[in-house]
Write a protein that binds this ligand. Sequence first.
Ligand code: MN
Length: 199
Amino acid sequence: MAHQLPPLPYAYEALEPTVDTTTMQIHHDKHHAAYTTNLNNAIAGTEFEAVSVAELLAKLDSVPEAIRTVVRNNGGGYVNHNLFWEIMGPDAGGAPTGALATAIAQAFGGFDEFKAKFGAAATGRFGSGWAWLVLDGGELKIMSTPNAETPMTGGKKALLTVDVWEHAYYLDFQNRRPDFVQTFLDQLVNWDFVAANLG
Ligand code: MN
């Protein structure tokens, strides 16, 4: 069965005024939809149609070279956006609590320190890409990936991510990526969802 574009888990206008409705419509209905279609087209008629996208990305080396780059780019774009929509939410933001707050404090020295380091990873990524909070062998780490690459390919579990492609923020923030990332961290992150990812 072909991979499906999941609907946004909230209304297109739900993140107004931070992220405008048009950005959400284009980002989900055009960009995410295109990744989904391109992934499905790349694997159509191959044995990889029956493989979960998580497995496909974890074992990219086993994907034939002829379709590997297309799968890396579009499979990565597909799963990264699946997570990104869930990471955000209306009436979100603030700070994590409970075990996640403790784990972040232990790993990074505190929530403010975490935000500074995550923000640096997101703003420092040259060109298009993503910043991440991941679980790597039981350890919380911050990283970034270029283009549509996903930490899943390196066996890491993604807990939190921000899309820093210009299509994610340009209508609202133009060239001010640091402002977008700061606003994302302060107002858009659904920390309950991130905590559930930590398990
Ligand atoms: Mn995007």
